[in-house]
Design a protein around this ligand. Structure first.
Ligand code: HEC
Ligand code: HEC
Ligand code: HEC
Ligand code: HEC
Length: 428
Protein backbone atom coordinates (compact mmCIF):
# COMPACT_ATOMS: atom_id res chain seq x y z
CA UNK A 1 0.00 0.00 0.00
CA UNK A 2 2.81 2.39 0.93
CA UNK A 3 4.64 1.82 -2.38
CA UNK A 4 1.41 2.42 -4.18
CA UNK A 5 1.17 5.84 -2.54
CA UNK A 6 4.71 6.94 -3.37
CA UNK A 7 4.33 5.73 -6.93
CA UNK A 8 1.28 7.92 -7.15
CA UNK A 9 3.25 10.95 -6.00
CA UNK A 10 6.20 10.43 -8.37
CA UNK A 11 3.91 9.84 -11.30
CA UNK A 12 1.99 12.92 -10.46
CA UNK A 13 5.20 14.92 -10.40
CA UNK A 14 6.23 13.69 -13.81
CA UNK A 15 2.84 14.44 -15.22
CA UNK A 16 2.86 17.95 -13.85
CA UNK A 17 6.11 18.53 -15.73
CA UNK A 18 4.66 17.20 -18.91
CA UNK A 19 1.46 19.11 -18.35
CA UNK A 20 -0.35 16.63 -20.50
CA UNK A 21 -3.69 15.00 -19.91
CA UNK A 22 -3.07 15.46 -16.22
CA UNK A 23 -6.65 15.42 -15.09
CA UNK A 24 -7.58 12.20 -16.84
CA UNK A 25 -4.57 10.28 -15.57
CA UNK A 26 -4.95 11.56 -12.03
CA UNK A 27 -8.47 10.24 -11.78
CA UNK A 28 -7.26 6.85 -12.89
CA UNK A 29 -4.50 6.90 -10.29
CA UNK A 30 -6.78 8.05 -7.48
CA UNK A 31 -9.35 5.35 -8.04
CA UNK A 32 -6.63 2.70 -7.97
CA UNK A 33 -4.71 3.96 -4.97
CA UNK A 34 -6.73 2.14 -2.38
CA UNK A 35 -6.50 4.41 0.64
CA UNK A 36 -6.94 8.03 -0.27
CA UNK A 37 -10.47 8.00 1.11
CA UNK A 38 -11.22 10.80 3.56
CA UNK A 39 -14.15 10.21 5.88
CA UNK A 40 -15.92 12.98 7.73
CA UNK A 41 -18.02 11.94 10.69
CA UNK A 42 -20.77 13.77 12.50
CA UNK A 43 -23.47 12.54 14.85
CA UNK A 44 -24.96 12.99 18.28
CA UNK A 45 -26.35 16.31 17.07
CA UNK A 46 -29.10 16.01 19.73
CA UNK A 47 -31.37 18.49 17.97
CA UNK A 48 -28.79 21.27 17.62
CA UNK A 49 -29.74 22.21 14.08
CA UNK A 50 -28.19 25.67 14.59
CA UNK A 51 -26.30 27.43 17.34
CA UNK A 52 -28.79 29.31 19.53
CA UNK A 53 -26.48 32.29 19.94
CA UNK A 54 -27.07 32.35 23.70
CA UNK A 55 -23.40 31.86 24.46
CA UNK A 56 -20.29 33.04 22.70
CA UNK A 57 -18.42 31.87 20.73
CA UNK A 58 -21.19 30.76 18.40
CA UNK A 59 -20.34 27.22 17.28
CA UNK A 60 -21.75 24.68 14.87
CA UNK A 61 -25.07 24.33 13.08
CA UNK A 62 -25.89 22.73 9.76
CA UNK A 63 -25.18 25.83 7.66
CA UNK A 64 -21.67 26.14 9.05
CA UNK A 65 -21.13 22.39 8.62
CA UNK A 66 -22.08 22.73 4.95
CA UNK A 67 -19.59 25.57 4.62
CA UNK A 68 -16.81 23.54 6.19
CA UNK A 69 -17.44 20.51 3.98
CA UNK A 70 -17.22 22.76 0.93
CA UNK A 71 -13.85 24.05 2.19
CA UNK A 72 -12.56 20.54 2.86
CA UNK A 73 -13.62 19.42 -0.60
CA UNK A 74 -11.20 21.89 -2.11
CA UNK A 75 -8.53 19.35 -1.09
CA UNK A 76 -10.29 16.40 -2.70
CA UNK A 77 -13.31 14.17 -2.31
CA UNK A 78 -14.89 13.41 1.05
CA UNK A 79 -17.17 10.70 2.40
CA UNK A 80 -19.50 12.25 5.03
CA UNK A 81 -21.16 9.72 7.35
CA UNK A 82 -23.41 10.15 10.39
CA UNK A 83 -23.44 8.05 13.54
CA UNK A 84 -27.04 9.11 14.24
CA UNK A 85 -28.87 10.72 17.15
CA UNK A 86 -29.67 13.78 15.08
CA UNK A 87 -32.43 14.42 17.59
CA UNK A 88 -32.82 13.20 21.15
CA UNK A 89 -36.58 13.39 21.63
CA UNK A 90 -39.75 12.71 19.67
CA UNK A 91 -42.69 14.97 18.81
CA UNK A 92 -43.65 17.17 15.89
CA UNK A 93 -40.88 19.71 16.28
CA UNK A 94 -38.22 17.03 16.50
CA UNK A 95 -39.51 15.46 13.30
CA UNK A 96 -39.48 18.79 11.52
CA UNK A 97 -35.93 19.29 12.71
CA UNK A 98 -34.90 15.77 11.74
CA UNK A 99 -36.28 16.22 8.22
CA UNK A 100 -34.51 19.56 7.79
CA UNK A 101 -31.24 18.07 8.98
CA UNK A 102 -31.60 15.17 6.55
CA UNK A 103 -32.26 17.57 3.67
CA UNK A 104 -29.19 19.57 4.60
CA UNK A 105 -27.08 16.41 4.89
CA UNK A 106 -28.36 15.28 1.53
CA UNK A 107 -27.19 18.56 0.00
CA UNK A 108 -23.84 18.04 1.75
CA UNK A 109 -23.43 14.68 0.03
CA UNK A 110 -23.79 12.36 3.04
CA UNK A 111 -23.40 8.72 2.08
CA UNK A 112 -25.03 6.96 5.04
CA UNK A 113 -26.57 7.41 8.47
CA UNK A 114 -26.64 4.81 11.22
CA UNK A 115 -29.88 5.36 13.18
CA UNK A 116 -29.44 5.45 16.94
CA UNK A 117 -31.70 5.67 19.96
CA UNK A 118 -32.80 9.17 18.91
CA UNK A 119 -33.92 7.96 15.49
CA UNK A 120 -35.63 4.75 16.65
CA UNK A 121 -37.53 6.89 19.19
CA UNK A 122 -39.25 8.58 16.22
CA UNK A 123 -40.89 5.31 15.15
CA UNK A 124 -39.97 2.80 12.47
CA UNK A 125 -42.51 3.62 9.77
CA UNK A 126 -41.72 7.32 10.07
CA UNK A 127 -38.01 6.56 9.84
CA UNK A 128 -38.50 4.69 6.60
CA UNK A 129 -40.26 7.69 5.08
CA UNK A 130 -37.46 9.90 6.35
CA UNK A 131 -34.89 7.68 4.66
CA UNK A 132 -36.68 8.13 1.34
CA UNK A 133 -36.65 11.89 1.89
CA UNK A 134 -32.93 11.86 2.70
CA UNK A 135 -32.02 9.98 -0.43
CA UNK A 136 -29.00 8.37 1.24
CA UNK A 137 -29.22 4.98 2.98
CA UNK A 138 -29.75 4.28 6.67
CA UNK A 139 -27.59 1.33 7.73
CA UNK A 140 -28.09 -0.96 10.69
CA UNK A 141 -26.83 -4.45 11.29
CA UNK A 142 -28.54 -5.53 14.48
CA UNK A 143 -32.08 -4.17 14.61
CA UNK A 144 -34.72 -6.55 13.32
CA UNK A 145 -38.48 -6.49 12.95
CA UNK A 146 -40.54 -9.48 11.82
CA UNK A 147 -37.36 -11.47 11.33
CA UNK A 148 -35.66 -9.04 8.92
CA UNK A 149 -33.22 -6.19 9.48
CA UNK A 150 -35.12 -2.93 9.31
CA UNK A 151 -32.62 -1.06 7.11
CA UNK A 152 -29.79 -2.03 4.76
CA UNK A 153 -27.18 -3.99 6.70
CA UNK A 154 -24.39 -2.07 5.04
CA UNK A 155 -23.51 0.13 2.10
CA UNK A 156 -20.51 -0.32 -0.19
CA UNK A 157 -18.42 2.68 -1.15
CA UNK A 158 -15.68 3.16 -3.71
CA UNK A 159 -12.23 1.88 -2.71
CA UNK A 160 -13.76 -1.34 -1.28
CA UNK A 161 -15.00 0.32 1.90
CA UNK A 162 -18.12 -1.13 3.50
CA UNK A 163 -20.08 0.95 6.02
CA UNK A 164 -22.38 -0.52 8.63
CA UNK A 165 -24.14 0.64 11.79
CA UNK A 166 -24.69 -0.95 15.20
CA UNK A 167 -26.80 -0.01 18.21
CA UNK A 168 -26.40 -1.24 21.81
CA UNK A 169 -28.63 -4.04 22.94
CA UNK A 170 -30.40 -2.00 25.62
CA UNK A 171 -32.03 0.16 22.95
CA UNK A 172 -35.79 -0.36 23.08
CA UNK A 173 -38.56 0.64 20.73
CA UNK A 174 -41.77 -1.41 20.76
CA UNK A 175 -41.84 -3.32 17.49
CA UNK A 176 -38.08 -3.78 17.10
CA UNK A 177 -35.70 -6.39 18.49
CA UNK A 178 -32.02 -5.66 18.99
CA UNK A 179 -29.50 -8.43 18.49
CA UNK A 180 -26.22 -8.65 20.37
CA UNK A 181 -23.94 -6.20 18.51
CA UNK A 182 -20.81 -8.28 19.09
CA UNK A 183 -22.34 -11.40 17.57
CA UNK A 184 -23.89 -9.43 14.70
CA UNK A 185 -20.54 -7.81 13.89
CA UNK A 186 -18.62 -11.10 14.06
CA UNK A 187 -21.05 -12.76 11.68
CA UNK A 188 -21.03 -9.83 9.31
CA UNK A 189 -17.25 -9.58 9.12
CA UNK A 190 -17.11 -13.26 8.16
CA UNK A 191 -19.06 -12.39 4.99
CA UNK A 192 -16.56 -9.75 3.84
CA UNK A 193 -13.90 -10.47 1.27
CA UNK A 194 -10.21 -9.99 2.00
CA UNK A 195 -10.20 -6.76 -0.08
CA UNK A 196 -13.10 -5.17 1.73
CA UNK A 197 -12.48 -2.86 4.65
CA UNK A 198 -15.00 -1.84 7.23
CA UNK A 199 -16.35 1.33 8.81
CA UNK A 200 -18.56 0.71 11.84
CA UNK A 201 -20.87 3.50 13.02
CA UNK A 202 -21.42 2.62 16.67
CA UNK A 203 -24.21 4.17 18.68
CA UNK A 204 -23.21 2.78 22.06
CA UNK A 205 -20.78 3.39 24.87
CA UNK A 206 -17.02 3.66 24.89
CA UNK A 207 -16.84 0.75 27.34
CA UNK A 208 -18.56 -1.57 24.89
CA UNK A 209 -16.32 -0.48 22.03
CA UNK A 210 -13.35 -2.64 23.01
CA UNK A 211 -15.52 -5.75 22.99
CA UNK A 212 -16.73 -4.89 19.51
CA UNK A 213 -13.20 -4.38 18.21
CA UNK A 214 -12.14 -7.67 19.76
CA UNK A 215 -14.90 -9.42 17.85
CA UNK A 216 -12.86 -8.77 14.71
CA UNK A 217 -10.15 -11.15 13.52
CA UNK A 218 -6.83 -9.72 14.67
CA UNK A 219 -5.51 -9.00 11.17
CA UNK A 220 -8.57 -6.86 10.49
CA UNK A 221 -8.51 -4.68 13.56
CA UNK A 222 -5.88 -2.16 12.55
CA UNK A 223 -7.62 -1.46 9.25
CA UNK A 224 -11.12 -1.11 10.66
CA UNK A 225 -12.66 2.26 11.46
CA UNK A 226 -15.06 2.85 14.35
CA UNK A 227 -16.94 6.15 14.64
CA UNK A 228 -18.78 6.46 17.92
CA UNK A 229 -21.76 8.53 19.13
CA UNK A 230 -22.85 8.93 22.74
CA UNK A 231 -19.47 9.33 24.41
CA UNK A 232 -19.45 12.91 25.63
CA UNK A 233 -18.93 16.22 23.93
CA UNK A 234 -15.31 16.08 22.85
CA UNK A 235 -14.30 14.64 19.48
CA UNK A 236 -11.19 12.54 20.10
CA UNK A 237 -9.48 9.26 19.30
CA UNK A 238 -10.68 6.26 21.32
CA UNK A 239 -8.89 3.17 22.49
CA UNK A 240 -10.30 0.14 20.66
CA UNK A 241 -7.89 -2.78 20.54
CA UNK A 242 -5.74 -1.12 17.88
CA UNK A 243 -8.54 -0.07 15.54
CA UNK A 244 -8.91 3.44 14.14
CA UNK A 245 -11.59 4.63 16.54
CA UNK A 246 -12.95 8.14 17.09
CA UNK A 247 -15.66 9.88 19.08
CA UNK A 248 -17.56 12.21 16.76
CA UNK A 249 -18.32 14.95 19.31
CA UNK A 250 -21.82 16.24 19.94
CA UNK A 251 -24.40 18.99 19.40
CA UNK A 252 -23.15 19.66 15.88
CA UNK A 253 -20.20 21.72 17.05
CA UNK A 254 -17.42 19.69 15.43
CA UNK A 255 -16.61 17.40 12.57
CA UNK A 256 -14.23 14.46 12.78
CA UNK A 257 -12.04 13.98 9.74
CA UNK A 258 -10.49 10.52 9.39
CA UNK A 259 -8.04 9.37 6.76
CA UNK A 260 -6.79 5.80 7.04
CA UNK A 261 -3.07 5.67 6.39
CA UNK A 262 -2.43 9.30 7.34
CA UNK A 263 -0.50 10.22 10.49
CA UNK A 264 -2.30 11.01 12.64
CA UNK A 265 -5.28 9.33 11.06
CA UNK A 266 -7.76 11.76 12.62
CA UNK A 267 -8.30 15.49 12.94
CA UNK A 268 -11.18 17.17 14.72
CA UNK A 269 -12.55 20.38 13.26
CA UNK A 270 -14.34 22.98 15.36
CA UNK A 271 -17.12 24.76 13.47
CA UNK A 272 -16.15 28.25 14.53
CA UNK A 273 -18.00 31.43 13.81
CA UNK A 274 -15.50 32.29 11.06
CA UNK A 275 -16.52 29.28 8.92
CA UNK A 276 -18.64 30.57 6.01
CA UNK A 277 -22.29 29.46 5.97
CA UNK A 278 -23.37 27.25 3.12
CA UNK A 279 -26.22 29.07 1.34
CA UNK A 280 -28.21 25.95 0.54
CA UNK A 281 -28.09 24.67 4.13
CA UNK A 282 -28.89 28.17 5.41
CA UNK A 283 -31.98 28.18 3.18
CA UNK A 284 -33.02 24.78 4.59
CA UNK A 285 -32.68 26.23 8.08
CA UNK A 286 -34.94 29.15 7.11
CA UNK A 287 -37.40 26.57 5.80
CA UNK A 288 -37.33 24.93 9.23
CA UNK A 289 -38.15 28.28 10.87
CA UNK A 290 -41.02 28.73 8.39
CA UNK A 291 -42.27 25.26 9.32
CA UNK A 292 -42.21 26.03 13.05
CA UNK A 293 -44.33 29.12 12.35
CA UNK A 294 -46.66 27.62 9.77
CA UNK A 295 -47.51 24.73 12.06
CA UNK A 296 -47.84 27.10 15.05
CA UNK A 297 -45.85 24.80 17.32
CA UNK A 298 -46.04 27.48 19.96
CA UNK A 299 -49.77 26.84 20.31
CA UNK A 300 -49.04 23.15 20.88
CA UNK A 301 -46.76 23.91 23.84
CA UNK A 302 -47.86 21.76 26.80
CA UNK A 303 -48.76 23.91 29.80
CA UNK A 304 -49.52 23.22 33.44
CA UNK A 305 -52.14 25.02 35.50
CA UNK A 306 -50.88 28.14 37.17
CA UNK A 307 -52.06 31.18 39.08
CA UNK A 308 -52.60 34.38 37.10
CA UNK A 309 -49.76 36.63 35.90
CA UNK A 310 -50.33 40.36 35.72
CA UNK A 311 -47.29 41.59 33.80
CA UNK A 312 -44.29 43.59 35.00
CA UNK A 313 -45.83 47.00 34.27
CA UNK A 314 -48.41 46.41 36.98
CA UNK A 315 -45.68 46.12 39.64
CA UNK A 316 -44.33 49.54 38.85
CA UNK A 317 -46.64 51.75 40.89
CA UNK A 318 -45.52 50.10 44.13
CA UNK A 319 -41.98 48.88 43.24
CA UNK A 320 -40.67 51.85 41.29
CA UNK A 321 -37.08 51.30 42.42
CA UNK A 322 -36.99 47.71 41.26
CA UNK A 323 -38.22 48.88 37.89
CA UNK A 324 -35.59 51.56 37.59
CA UNK A 325 -32.91 49.05 38.49
CA UNK A 326 -34.04 46.56 35.88
CA UNK A 327 -35.55 48.42 32.95
CA UNK A 328 -32.30 48.54 31.01
CA UNK A 329 -31.22 44.95 31.79
CA UNK A 330 -30.82 42.41 29.00
CA UNK A 331 -33.76 40.48 30.50
CA UNK A 332 -36.11 43.24 29.38
CA UNK A 333 -35.41 42.79 25.66
CA UNK A 334 -35.06 39.01 25.62
CA UNK A 335 -37.91 38.49 23.15
CA UNK A 336 -36.59 41.14 20.76
CA UNK A 337 -33.36 39.15 20.75
CA UNK A 338 -35.25 36.22 19.26
CA UNK A 339 -37.00 38.43 16.71
CA UNK A 340 -33.63 39.29 15.22
CA UNK A 341 -33.26 35.72 13.96
CA UNK A 342 -36.99 35.01 13.40
CA UNK A 343 -37.02 32.60 16.35
CA UNK A 344 -39.69 34.37 18.40
CA UNK A 345 -42.29 31.74 17.50
CA UNK A 346 -40.06 28.77 18.31
CA UNK A 347 -41.12 27.28 21.65
CA UNK A 348 -37.66 25.78 22.13
CA UNK A 349 -36.21 29.28 22.26
CA UNK A 350 -39.10 31.24 23.69
CA UNK A 351 -39.34 29.23 26.88
CA UNK A 352 -36.36 31.04 28.43
CA UNK A 353 -36.96 34.43 26.81
CA UNK A 354 -40.48 35.17 28.20
CA UNK A 355 -42.57 34.82 31.36
CA UNK A 356 -44.21 31.45 32.03
CA UNK A 357 -44.32 29.74 28.63
CA UNK A 358 -44.98 26.42 30.36
CA UNK A 359 -47.88 27.80 32.45
CA UNK A 360 -51.53 28.10 31.35
CA UNK A 361 -51.55 31.77 32.39
CA UNK A 362 -48.13 32.57 30.88
CA UNK A 363 -46.97 34.35 27.72
CA UNK A 364 -48.70 33.95 24.37
CA UNK A 365 -48.38 36.33 21.40
CA UNK A 366 -51.75 37.71 22.55
CA UNK A 367 -50.32 38.69 25.94
CA UNK A 368 -47.39 40.95 25.07
CA UNK A 369 -47.22 42.26 28.67
CA UNK A 370 -45.65 38.88 29.56
CA UNK A 371 -42.86 39.13 26.99
CA UNK A 372 -39.21 39.11 28.12
CA UNK A 373 -37.71 37.92 31.39
CA UNK A 374 -39.86 40.33 33.37
CA UNK A 375 -40.50 40.39 37.15
CA UNK A 376 -42.75 37.33 37.29
CA UNK A 377 -40.30 35.11 35.38
CA UNK A 378 -38.43 34.96 38.70
CA UNK A 379 -41.04 35.95 41.30
CA UNK A 380 -43.78 33.73 39.90
CA UNK A 381 -47.42 34.54 39.00
CA UNK A 382 -48.32 37.59 41.11
CA UNK A 383 -51.63 39.02 39.95
CA UNK A 384 -53.25 38.28 43.27
CA UNK A 385 -50.42 40.11 45.04
CA UNK A 386 -50.62 43.11 42.72
CA UNK A 387 -54.34 43.39 43.41
CA UNK A 388 -54.42 42.66 47.13
CA UNK A 389 -50.80 42.81 48.32
CA UNK A 390 -51.21 39.28 49.63
CA UNK A 391 -47.70 37.89 49.94
CA UNK A 392 -47.90 35.44 47.05
CA UNK A 393 -44.78 36.33 45.07
CA UNK A 394 -41.61 34.39 45.69
CA UNK A 395 -39.77 36.91 47.83
CA UNK A 396 -36.20 35.74 47.30
CA UNK A 397 -35.83 33.47 44.28
CA UNK A 398 -32.98 31.11 45.10
CA UNK A 399 -29.74 31.27 43.10
CA UNK A 400 -30.54 27.82 41.68
CA UNK A 401 -33.71 29.23 40.10
CA UNK A 402 -31.51 31.13 37.64
CA UNK A 403 -30.13 27.82 36.36
CA UNK A 404 -33.49 26.91 34.84
CA UNK A 405 -32.47 29.30 32.05
CA UNK A 406 -28.79 29.92 32.70
CA UNK A 407 -27.84 26.31 32.00
CA UNK A 408 -24.60 24.91 30.60
CA UNK A 409 -25.69 25.15 26.96
CA UNK A 410 -27.11 28.64 27.09
CA UNK A 411 -25.02 30.41 29.72
CA UNK A 412 -21.80 28.48 30.33
CA UNK A 413 -20.17 31.42 32.11
CA UNK A 414 -23.03 31.84 34.60
CA UNK A 415 -21.99 32.39 38.18
CA UNK A 416 -24.56 33.80 40.59
CA UNK A 417 -22.61 36.50 42.40
CA UNK A 418 -21.34 38.39 39.38
CA UNK A 419 -24.57 37.98 37.41
CA UNK A 420 -26.70 39.09 40.35
CA UNK A 421 -24.62 42.25 40.69
CA UNK A 422 -25.80 43.26 37.21
CA UNK A 423 -29.48 42.92 38.11
CA UNK A 424 -29.56 43.57 41.84
CA UNK A 425 -32.71 45.26 43.12
CA UNK A 426 -35.17 45.09 46.03
CA UNK A 427 -32.74 46.87 48.34
CA UNK A 428 -30.04 44.19 48.28
C1 HEC B 1 -32.54 27.12 28.68
C2 HEC B 1 -32.87 28.50 28.41
C3 HEC B 1 -32.63 29.09 27.05
C4 HEC B 1 -33.06 28.59 25.84
C5 HEC B 1 -33.81 27.28 25.58
C6 HEC B 1 -32.65 29.53 24.85
N1 HEC B 1 -32.01 30.57 25.44
FE1 HEC B 1 -31.14 32.17 24.48
N2 HEC B 1 -30.33 32.80 26.23
C7 HEC B 1 -30.55 32.22 27.47
C8 HEC B 1 -29.71 32.86 28.46
C9 HEC B 1 -29.66 32.50 29.92
C10 HEC B 1 -28.99 33.86 27.80
C11 HEC B 1 -27.95 34.80 28.42
C12 HEC B 1 -26.64 34.06 28.50
C13 HEC B 1 -25.55 34.83 29.19
O1 HEC B 1 -25.40 36.04 28.95
O2 HEC B 1 -24.82 34.20 29.99
C14 HEC B 1 -29.41 33.79 26.39
C15 HEC B 1 -28.92 34.63 25.38
C16 HEC B 1 -29.30 34.56 24.05
C17 HEC B 1 -28.76 35.38 23.00
C18 HEC B 1 -27.68 36.44 23.16
C19 HEC B 1 -28.26 37.78 23.40
C20 HEC B 1 -27.19 38.84 23.30
O3 HEC B 1 -27.48 39.85 22.68
O4 HEC B 1 -26.11 38.62 23.83
C21 HEC B 1 -29.35 34.98 21.82
C22 HEC B 1 -29.12 35.54 20.43
C23 HEC B 1 -30.26 33.90 22.15
N3 HEC B 1 -30.20 33.67 23.51
C24 HEC B 1 -31.04 33.23 21.21
C25 HEC B 1 -31.70 32.02 21.48
C26 HEC B 1 -32.29 31.18 20.46
C27 HEC B 1 -32.31 31.48 18.98
C28 HEC B 1 -32.80 30.09 21.10
C29 HEC B 1 -33.46 28.89 20.50
C30 HEC B 1 -32.70 28.16 19.52
C31 HEC B 1 -32.52 30.26 22.52
N4 HEC B 1 -31.87 31.45 22.71
C32 HEC B 1 -32.89 29.36 23.50
C33 HEC B 1 -31.38 31.15 27.74
C34 HEC B 1 -31.96 30.33 26.78
C1 HEC C 1 -50.38 47.94 44.96
C2 HEC C 1 -48.98 47.86 45.34
C3 HEC C 1 -48.23 46.63 44.88
C4 HEC C 1 -48.20 46.11 43.64
C5 HEC C 1 -48.98 46.51 42.40
C6 HEC C 1 -47.20 45.06 43.69
N1 HEC C 1 -46.69 44.95 44.95
FE1 HEC C 1 -45.22 43.74 45.53
N2 HEC C 1 -45.39 44.36 47.41
C7 HEC C 1 -46.20 45.41 47.81
C8 HEC C 1 -46.02 45.62 49.23
C9 HEC C 1 -46.72 46.70 50.05
C10 HEC C 1 -45.08 44.67 49.65
C11 HEC C 1 -44.51 44.49 51.02
C12 HEC C 1 -45.37 43.57 51.81
C13 HEC C 1 -44.78 43.31 53.16
O1 HEC C 1 -43.55 43.38 53.26
O2 HEC C 1 -45.56 43.08 54.06
C14 HEC C 1 -44.72 43.91 48.51
C15 HEC C 1 -43.82 42.87 48.52
C16 HEC C 1 -43.34 42.23 47.36
C17 HEC C 1 -42.31 41.26 47.37
C18 HEC C 1 -41.62 40.66 48.57
C19 HEC C 1 -42.55 39.60 49.08
C20 HEC C 1 -42.24 39.10 50.45
O3 HEC C 1 -42.65 37.97 50.73
O4 HEC C 1 -41.61 39.82 51.22
C21 HEC C 1 -42.10 40.90 46.08
C22 HEC C 1 -41.10 39.88 45.55
C23 HEC C 1 -43.02 41.65 45.28
N3 HEC C 1 -43.76 42.47 46.10
C24 HEC C 1 -43.13 41.54 43.92
C25 HEC C 1 -44.13 42.15 43.20
C26 HEC C 1 -44.35 41.91 41.82
C27 HEC C 1 -43.54 40.95 40.94
C28 HEC C 1 -45.40 42.68 41.43
C29 HEC C 1 -46.03 42.79 40.07
C30 HEC C 1 -46.59 41.56 39.52
C31 HEC C 1 -45.82 43.40 42.59
N4 HEC C 1 -45.04 43.05 43.64
C32 HEC C 1 -46.85 44.30 42.60
C33 HEC C 1 -47.02 46.14 47.01
C34 HEC C 1 -47.29 45.91 45.69
C1 HEC D 1 -36.77 32.69 32.43
C2 HEC D 1 -35.36 32.52 32.10
C3 HEC D 1 -34.34 33.25 32.92
C4 HEC D 1 -34.18 33.24 34.29
C5 HEC D 1 -35.01 32.48 35.33
C6 HEC D 1 -33.03 34.04 34.56
N1 HEC D 1 -32.51 34.55 33.39
FE1 HEC D 1 -30.95 35.85 33.23
N2 HEC D 1 -31.16 35.86 31.19
C7 HEC D 1 -32.13 35.18 30.52
C8 HEC D 1 -32.02 35.49 29.10
C9 HEC D 1 -32.90 34.92 27.99
C10 HEC D 1 -30.99 36.41 28.98
C11 HEC D 1 -30.49 37.05 27.67
C12 HEC D 1 -31.40 38.15 27.31
C13 HEC D 1 -30.99 38.83 26.01
O1 HEC D 1 -29.86 39.36 25.93
O2 HEC D 1 -31.80 38.83 25.08
C14 HEC D 1 -30.46 36.62 30.32
C15 HEC D 1 -29.42 37.49 30.63
C16 HEC D 1 -28.98 37.74 31.91
C17 HEC D 1 -27.96 38.69 32.24
C18 HEC D 1 -27.24 39.58 31.26
C19 HEC D 1 -25.93 38.97 30.90
C20 HEC D 1 -25.00 39.98 30.35
O3 HEC D 1 -23.79 39.72 30.42
O4 HEC D 1 -25.45 41.02 29.88
C21 HEC D 1 -27.78 38.63 33.59
C22 HEC D 1 -26.80 39.44 34.42
C23 HEC D 1 -28.70 37.64 34.12
N3 HEC D 1 -29.42 37.14 33.06
C24 HEC D 1 -28.79 37.29 35.43
C25 HEC D 1 -29.72 36.39 35.95
C26 HEC D 1 -29.80 35.99 37.35
C27 HEC D 1 -28.87 36.44 38.44
C28 HEC D 1 -30.86 35.15 37.44
C29 HEC D 1 -31.41 34.48 38.69
C30 HEC D 1 -31.71 35.37 39.79
C31 HEC D 1 -31.44 35.02 36.12
N4 HEC D 1 -30.71 35.77 35.25
C32 HEC D 1 -32.54 34.25 35.83
C33 HEC D 1 -33.06 34.29 31.02
C34 HEC D 1 -33.27 34.07 32.37
C1 HEC E 1 -33.90 37.39 37.08
C2 HEC E 1 -34.79 37.17 38.19
C3 HEC E 1 -35.51 38.36 38.76
C4 HEC E 1 -36.25 39.29 38.08
C5 HEC E 1 -36.50 39.36 36.59
C6 HEC E 1 -36.79 40.18 39.07
N1 HEC E 1 -36.37 39.80 40.32
FE1 HEC E 1 -36.87 40.70 42.05
N2 HEC E 1 -35.57 39.48 43.03
C7 HEC E 1 -34.87 38.46 42.49
C8 HEC E 1 -34.04 37.87 43.50
C9 HEC E 1 -33.09 36.69 43.27
C10 HEC E 1 -34.29 38.56 44.69
C11 HEC E 1 -33.73 38.29 46.08
C12 HEC E 1 -32.37 38.86 46.30
C13 HEC E 1 -31.89 38.51 47.71
O1 HEC E 1 -31.38 37.41 47.88
O2 HEC E 1 -32.12 39.31 48.57
C14 HEC E 1 -35.25 39.59 44.35
C15 HEC E 1 -35.77 40.51 45.25
C16 HEC E 1 -36.85 41.34 45.01
C17 HEC E 1 -37.55 42.11 45.99
C18 HEC E 1 -37.21 42.16 47.47
C19 HEC E 1 -37.86 41.00 48.14
C20 HEC E 1 -37.52 40.95 49.63
O3 HEC E 1 -38.27 40.31 50.36
O4 HEC E 1 -36.49 41.51 50.00
C21 HEC E 1 -38.55 42.78 45.36
C22 HEC E 1 -39.58 43.70 45.97
C23 HEC E 1 -38.47 42.42 43.96
N3 HEC E 1 -37.42 41.55 43.80
C24 HEC E 1 -39.30 42.92 42.99
C25 HEC E 1 -39.08 42.73 41.63
C26 HEC E 1 -39.78 43.45 40.60
C27 HEC E 1 -40.86 44.47 40.83
C28 HEC E 1 -39.28 43.01 39.42
C29 HEC E 1 -39.62 43.50 38.04
C30 HEC E 1 -39.38 44.90 37.80
C31 HEC E 1 -38.30 41.99 39.74
N4 HEC E 1 -38.19 41.88 41.07
C32 HEC E 1 -37.60 41.26 38.78
C33 HEC E 1 -34.93 38.03 41.16
C34 HEC E 1 -35.58 38.70 40.17
Amino acid sequence: MRSHMSMWWSRRFALTLLMLATAALLTVCVSHSARTTRFVFSGNDLGFIRPCGCSKPVLGGIARRGGMLALLRQDGPLVPLSTGNLVAESGRQQRLKFESMLLAMSSMGYRALAPGAGEFGLGLSYLREAEALAGFPFVCLNVVCDGATVFARSVSLEDSWVVTGLVPQDLTGGEITVQDPVIALREFVATLSEQQDLVVLWNGSEAALAALAQALPEERRARTVFAVSCVGDAPRPLDAAGSMAVAVGSKGRDLMLLQPGATPFWRSIRLEESVPLDPECAAILEGYRDGVRAEDLLAAQPRTNSAAYSGGASCRECHEECHKALESSAHMHALATLERTRDERDPECVRCHVVGLEDTAGWTPQRPELANVDCEACHGPSELHAQTQALTPVSKPAPQSCLRCHDMDNSPTFEFQSYWLKIRHGGK
